[in-house]
Structure formats: C-alpha cells, structure tokens
Design a protein around this ligand. Structure first.
Ligand code: NAP
Length: 287
C-alpha cells in the first residue's frame, strides 16, 4: 500500500539533533503531522519555528519511565502511524561506569520500551511503521566505540526480530543505518579521526532522504554507504579479514579517541609492526 504522506502522524525522537531535525524538515515538506521530542524544550521550539507547519513539541527524557509516559499520553489522543526511534548518544575512548548504562539505556532499552508502549496505538492504524535508527557500527565492531557498537548491533538484531514477529500485523518495522554523518554527536576528536582515516561523512539531509525513500518503498532495511555495506557483509562472512584491515587503522583511532593513549607506543616501534606483534601473540595465546 503506497504511503499517503498527508495522513501520517509521526512521533520523532531526537528531533532536536542533526539527523532528527533533517528528518523533521523532510517529513514536514511531505505534509505530515509531527510530534517532536527531545530533552531540550527550548531548542525543539526554536526548530519547530523553522518548519513550514507548526508541530507538537513534547519535552521528555526517553530513558525515564515518566518521560515515555508523557510522550504516550500526548500520542493517545492522536492517530500515530509512524514512530521513528532516532534519539541516540555515544562516547568514544575510555568508558566510565556511568556512561555504559546510560548509552545502553538511551540507544537500546528506551527505544524498545517506547515501541512496546506505543504498539497498542500503532496497532489501531490500518498501516503503521516503526523506524529504528542504527549505524554502520551496528554491522562492524569498531575500536574505541565498543559500547555504542554493542547498542547498535543490539538495535539491529531487535529490529530484525520485530520485522519477523510482525509479518502478521499492520506494523512494519524498518532498520535505517547511517554511516558517519556531520552532526553534534561527533565531537572534535571523532571528526579529526574521520578526517585522518579519510572516512566519508554524510550530511544529515542524506539520511533524511534515505528515510523518505525507505518509507515510500516500504523497505525493511537500508544501510548507507557502498563501502560500509561491503565491509558489513565482509565482516559477517570473514571477520578476521576485517580485523586485519582495521588493525592498520588502530594507531590513528586510538590517537584521536583515547585520552591516555601513548602515541610513542605505536609511533616509535612503528604502528603496523606493533599491531602485528600483538596479533601474533594473541594467535599464540588463543591456541
Ligand atoms: N551522526 C553520526 O555520525 C551517526 C552515524 C550513525 C548513526 N547515527 C545515529 O543517528 C541518530 C541521531 O544522531 P545525531 O547524529 O543526529 O546526533 P545528535 O545531533 O547528537 O542528536 C541526538 C538527539 O538525541 C536526543 N537525545 C539524546 N538522549 C536523549 C534522551 N535521554 N531522551 C530524549 N532524547 C535524547 C538529543 O536531544 P536532547 O539532547 O535535547 O535530549 C538529540 O535530539 C542516533 O541514533 C545516532 O546513533 C549517527
């Protein structure tokens, strides 16, 4: 069934962020009614004022039961047909004890709970959609991004289970995985790392276009970037080949992301040979 944009009511989490706002702009252009959520109410109102139509703003922390309840309460009175789980956070390098549960809650637990809480409403619609925003790091484990990768692998697996579990319902689940994108989630260290590694960085509008195409064509999965898709597939089939390719980047990744990284360790011995020495040692120890 072709999507009738003007009939859609969309709940968008992380609407005040780089990708979220680009999605809001693209959906607003299509004539949908939006419920924009995030923790920073003032920013949501500022962004709302930049859109062609005026939309609802709900200030809420999705990691708190009270925040999700507030969102659901507003949505109860609306014919919500699309939920976009886009809010997310990250941290790179060393992970503090507090950061680990916070990243897992925001990126994985909260979207699962919010979806579960929204399902009774979505099920009343003739056709509904849940879009979960993953990442290229949901298919490739990447040094210095371990907890973030764990959440994005998790959301990918959960979405796949939901796609299959809902074949017999009116709710279509989708997985949308951007690659590196130019937003505030990436701090100056990550931007410098991406530059040094010559990683392509998309604009948030590219991700928003991919969202519109995914919903228009009712496609279950969309991973952005030809190289990223290729590496994800290679990683699934031959992970040790990707281990070797990424080992060559380890010195650069650590230099930009770990506060206590000693550059001399890699630079004096020669990064490549030190990684090789370590991996030889690891091979020995795992036998
Ligand atoms: N940018 C990239 O390179 C990239 C690549 C792949 C995937 N992604 C994914 O794309 C999604 C959007 O990220 P972005 O790049 O647009 O990041 P961003 O600009 O930092 O935006 C993150 C959004 O999430 C919201 N948020 C964070 N914690 C929240 C919480 N506890 N409750 C409610 N809202 C919360 C933030 O709003 P408040 O702070 O106001 O709450 C903000 O609107 C994320 O899932 C991210 O993992 C990004």
């Amino acid at each position: 069934m072709a999507i009738k944009w003007e009939n859609q009511v969309v709940l968008l989490t992380g609407a005040s962020g780089g990708i979220g706002f680009a999605m809001a702009k693209a959906l607003d252009k299509k004539g949908v009614q939006l419920i924009l959520t995030g923790r920073n109410e003032e920013r949501l109102h500022q962004l709302n004022a930049l859109l062609n139509h005026s939309h609802k703003v709900v200030q809420a922390d999705i990691t708190a039961a009270s925040g999700r309840k507030k969102i659901c309460h507003v949505c109860e009175r609306l014919p919500i047909s699309i939920l976009i789980n886009n809010a997310g956070i990250t941290q790179v390098g060393e992970f503090s004890e507090a950061a680990i549960p916070n990243i897992i809650n925001t990126n994985l637990t909260a979207p699962m709970l919010l979806t579960q809480e929204m399902m009774p409403l979505l099920c009343t619609m003739p056709q509904a959609h849940v879009v979960n925003v993953g990442s290229a790091f949901g298919g490739i484990g990447f040094a210095a991004h371990g907890v973030y990768c764990a959440t994005k692998f998790g959301i990918k697996g959960w979405t796949e289970a939901m796609i299959r579990e809902n074949f017999d319902t009116n709710v279509n689940f989708h997985y949308l995985a951007p690659r590196a994108t130019n937003t505030a989630i990436n701090d100056s260290r990550v931007n410098a790392m991406n530059k040094a590694l010559k990683n392509t960085v998309d604009s948030p509008e590219i991700v928003a276009d991919a969202l519109i195409t995914l919903l228009t064509n009712n496609v279950s999965r969309r991973e952005l970037g030809v190289a990223e898709r290729f590496f994800t597939k290679l990683n699934a089939l031959f992970p040790s080949l990707v281990d070797k390719a990424l080992a060559k980047q380890l010195g650069t990744i650590k230099k930009h992301t770990f506060t206590h990284h000693s550059s001399t360790q890699h630079d004096q011995i020669g990064h490549h040979s030190s990684v090789q020495l370590n991996s030889e040692r690891k091979k020995g120890s795992s036998l």
